[in-house]
Design a protein around this ligand. Structure first.
Ligand code: PLP
Length: 381
């Protein structure tokens, strides 16, 4: 008999009771090094905490199980995970396809860092898989996708992109931060690598910054582990512990995030000050059918555009009381932000620039009635 339900894995994968004490929660192994019984005589397989640490190992095994991968790797931040991945698999002359609206930090990594190392990139609106097929070239080494995208909530067909990438021998990387493994499992749809900012839904409580990679191929996992150790941007023991603690409740939190987001969408869609609501759960969202196929539910992120333009968008952001004005997302508390001036300011003047009248919500797990009332009051004339 196997116990492999998502919620069971979240609580138990990689998290055996502690062998020495029976503690049911994996301890925070706050140590840099490990005593050896004679030179090379490692007691538990650990020698130095940049290379491996038991708390981090528990998190890495749990993440691999949740994503249905063979290996997970935990990093100091989502960007550290991305950087380690890209410098492991790319080299000068490689070409990369990124989404038309990637997370601003991902865009910045390609445009301001990797470009200097001879990697070229091209932003393609990936909700149209044919556009990606037209854009791939023999030197395309990697297709990077986010779905749903940050902040426009566009949807990409992961299976279609995996086929296109693999036809030219490229890897498909999916940033699964917005959906979390509870809502979407890209490796089962053909992706090669899943990236997370575990700062978001996996950690879930806005108290830790972290990142992760999960892969389906053990050989790639090995190469990434080599680079993780070589570059050293690892998750510390306490950060790994906080993330592991958050991951245990991912399923129940996501259910509530999604239910609350639906209530918020209903309110916004009928509001006269709102020009449009961007949410893949809406039947008229262009990616709705694909999202329905590849996601369990539509997530807790909602974006909307204001009829009153940028001024109205900034006003709403400054008027909410339950939604806190702040960057980041995926925590239990609701957040509101203006992507053009905040999270995506680095895309200004680029093909990834976001509309000035756009507001992004990370819908938390507070009372849905309070969230709706807060937005209604903030949108009043
Ligand atoms: C979709 C997405 N990917 C990656 C990142 C980067 O993660 P971190 O902030 O943990 O470095 C973020 C951060 O906001 C994000 O939203």
């Amino acid at each position: 008999m196997t116990f492999d339900g998502f919620e069971t894995l979240a609580i138990h994968a990689g998290q055996e009771a502690d062998g020495a004490t029976g503690a049911v929660v994996v301890p925070i192994y706050q140590t840099s090094t490990y005593a050896q019984d004679g030179v090379g005589g490692l007691r538990g397989g650990y020698e130095y905490s940049r290379t491996a640490n038991p708390t981090r190992t528990a998190l890495e095994e749990c993440l691999a199980a949740l994503e249905g991968g063979v290996r997970g790797l935990a990093f100091a931040s989502g960007m550290a995970a991305e950087d380690t991945l890209l410098r492991t698999v790319l080299g000068p002359g490689d070409h990369v396809i990124i989404p038309g609206d990637a997370y601003g930090g991902t865009f910045r990594l390609f445009a301001k860092v990797l470009e200097r190392w001879g990697v070229t990139w091209e932003a393609v609106p990936q909700s149209d898989a044919d556009a990606v097929r037209r854009a791939v070239r023999p030197e395309t080494a990697l297709v990077w996708t986010e779905t749903p995208t940050n902040p426009l909530l566009n949807i990409t067909d992961i299976e279609a992109l995996a086929e296109i990438a693999h036809d030219v021998g490229a890897l498909l990387v999916v940033d699964n931060t917005f959906a979390s493994p509870y809502l979407q499992r890209p490796l089962s749809l053909g992706a090669d690598v899943v990236v997370h900012s575990t700062t978001k839904y996996l950690g879930g409580h806005s108290d830790v910054v972290g990142g992760a990679l999960v892969v389906a191929d053990p050989e790639l996992g090995q190469r990434l582990a080599f680079h993780q150790n070589t570059m050293g941007a690892v998750a510390g023991p306490f950060d790994a512990w906080l993330t592991l603690r958050g991951a245990k409740t991912l399923g129940v939190r996501m259910d509530r995030h999604c239910a609350n987001a639906e209530r918020v969408v209903e309110e916004l869609a009928g509001h006269p000050a709102v020009a449009s609501v961007l949410y893949p759960g809406l039947a008229d969202h262009p990616g709705h059918k694909t999202a329905e196929r590849q996601m369990r539910a539509f997530g807790g992120m909602v974006s909307f555009r204001l009829r009153g333009g940028e001024e109205a968008a900034l006003r709403v952001c400054e008027r909410t009381r339950v939604f806190t004005l702040g960057e980041s997302l995926g925590g239990v508390e609701s957040l509101i932000e203006h992507p053009g001036r905040m999270t995506h300011a680095s895309t200004a003047g680029s093909p990834l620039e976001v509309p000035a009248d756009l507001v992004r919500l990370s819908v938390g797990i507070e009372s849905a009635d309070d969230l709706v009332a807060d937005l209604r009051a903030a949108l009043e004339d």
